[in-house]
Design a protein around this ligand. Structure first.
Ligand SMILES: N=c1c2ncn([C@@H]3O[C@H](COP(=O)(O)OP(=O)(O)OP(=O)(O)O)[C@@H](O)[C@H]3O)c2ncn1[C@@H]1O[C@H](COP(=O)(O)O)[C@@H](O)[C@H]1O
Length: 114
């Protein structure tokens, strides 16, 4: 299943914390700091939006798949930088399963009022 592959990539990204920025893209971003990683996520999210609109117009999803992979990669890098495991995100999604998105949103709004 794909989440095993995400887990393997996450493990590589953890290892890259001690790698040289000259040989590792992940290491180069860690060394630039969290703000740089967050900036990359913003850029990749913008590229996903553009690719999503293009996919709707052209009927071709290829560029959207490519840009989404970049966004997932940089999101995994952020998780690794903060020592959050992919499993913790899957657990949060699991916690929400069986609950309508509308009901979940109502519960969120209630908890923000308190
Ligand atoms: N899956 C990826 C992956 N996806 C995207 N990218 C990089 O993410 C960058 C995003 O694209 P941009 O167009 O924004 O790149 P850019 O213009 O070079 O970036 P900036 O100079 O603007 O920062 C590119 O440099 C891609 O190579 C990735 N880099 C590495 N991996 C994997 O991560 C692991 C660790 O990689 P290293 O740290 O490089 O060893 C390896 O298993 C790699 O396969």
């Amino acid at each position: 299943m794909s989440d095993q592959r995400l887990g393997r990539l996450y493990a590589v990204l953890q290892e890259r914390k001690s790698a040289s920025a000259d040989t590792s893209y992940a290491a180069s971003l860690y060394q630039k700091g969290l703000n740089k990683i967050l900036q990359k996520i913003g850029e990749e999210a913008s590229e996903v939006i553009i690719a999503g609109k293009d996919a709707e117009q052209s009927g071709n999803n290829q560029a959207l798949i490519y840009e989404m992979a970049d966004l997932w990669f940089h999101s995994l890098l952020l998780l690794a930088a903060r020592d959050i495991t992919p499993q913790q995100i899957l657990d949060e999604l699991e916690r929400r399963s069986g609950l309508s998105g509308l009901a979940e949103k109502a519960a969120r709004n209630l908890s923000q009022e308190h």
